[in-house]
Design a binder for this molecule. Structure first.
Ligand SMILES: Cc1cc2nc3c(=O)[nH]c(=O)nc-3n(C[C@H](O)[C@H](O)[C@H](O)COP(=O)(O)OP(=O)(O)OC[C@H]3O[C@@H](n4cnc5c(N)ncnc54)[C@H](O)[C@@H]3O)c2cc1C
Ligand code: FES
Length: 277
């Protein structure tokens, strides 16, 4: 069992939990994830390692409550325990030596995944422009944390209630056009956002890394659930990723596959909340 030592509500739907998991904390690196199961009847759900403390033996996860499993997890409190917490899984983000300047782009809860990537780069002495996008001011998360791990932090909101009005891609394009020379761009968030970031960076030939979020089951490359097409080849995001070269990813296929179980997911939530479909 894995004890929750800290629980913090970051906005109405996003929760941060620090979980006692010393073996995961010992080996965790930016870009990796865990798979949890709340209880013996629970689904296996992947969440990115947002942070870790090797000395305390804790791992931080930040998640949005979107369906049955994340809702069940959000119902737990400090002192409660999670049944399974397996990791670290996936390949850690790798940057070539000599990289000097990177733009990290996060969308919504994707900022929780962008944060450890920005932190790892910033701590290596890389100049990091962090562009974080949210629908509106009330759902902005991790602003202070992101400030600490970036050279410049740009916040955007779709409705203009905070930061720059508009999408992360507008700010990214503007920064590139102003002459910022990025060795790489890292984009993490909703699939359409990652696709549009690639559309912005491709004409400039800036290497763009995306972190994919297909449906995962076992997390060991055995079930095929997280199959994605990258450069015309089949890859398994849980063992070959989740980071991939954005110019090679078939985003449209990923969106189609991620929507496969929408009907069943709706039923689950209705059972949990007592709602009517
Ligand atoms: C490598 C990876 C890292 C992730 N990191 C984070 C994170 O740090 N924070 C965060 O909020 N979310 C993260 N996600 C997404 C998270 O796993 C889903 O939101 C979660 O599985 C939803 O489960 P649910 O039962 O609450 O919702 P459901 O109602 O079951 O599903 C809602 C949506 O979540 C996705 N989903 C459902 N089941 C799975 C599954 N087994 N594997 C992957 N996606 C699924 C689907 O797109 C689905 O439409 C990550 C996904 C992957 C693959
Ligand atoms: S989750 Fe089963 S192969 Fe990746």
């Amino acid at each position: 069992m894995y004890k929750i030592v800290t629980k913090r509500q970051l906005n109405e739907q996003v929760v941060l939990m620090e979980v006692e998991a010393p073996f995961v904390a010992k080996k965790a690196q930016a870009g990796q994830f865990i798979i949890f199961r709340v209880d013996e009847k629970g689904e296996r759900i992947p969440l990115t390692i947002a942070d870790y403390d090797r000395e305390k033996g804790t791992v931080t996860i930040i998640f949005q409550t979107v369906g049955e499993s994340t809702m069940k997890l959000a119902m737990l409190n400090e002192g409660d325990s999670i049944l399974d917490f397996v990791g670290p899984l996936g390949v850690a983000t790798h940057f070539e030596d000599g990289i000097k300047k990177v733009a990290v782009v996060g969308g919504g809860v994707g900022c929780a995944i962008a944060y450890p990537q920005a932190k790892a780069l910033f701590n290596k002495g890389v100049e990091v422009d962090l562009i974080a996008g949210f629908r509106s001011k009330d759902i902005v998360i991790l602003e202070d944390e992101m400030k600490k791990v970036s050279t410049n932090l740009y916040i955007t909101t779709d409705d203009g209630t905070y930061g720059t009005k508009g999408f992360v891609t507008n700010v990214l394009k503007e920064l590139i056009e102003k002459g910022n020379k990025y060795d790489a761009v890292v984009a993490i968030g909703p699939v359409p956002m990652m696709k549009f970031v690639c559309d912005v960076t491709k004409p400039y030939g800036i290497k763009t890394i995306v972190s994919l979020n297909p449906i995962m089951v076992d997390g060991t490359g055995m079930c095929g659930g997280c199959r994605v097409s990258v450069g015309g080849k089949v890859k398994y995001a849980c063992v070959d990723g989740p980071d991939f070269d954005g110019f090679e990813v078939d985003f449209d296929e990923l969106m189609r596959r991620n929507a496969s179980y929408k009907e069943q997911e709706r039923e689950h939530v209705c059972r949990l909340t007592g709602g009517v479909r």
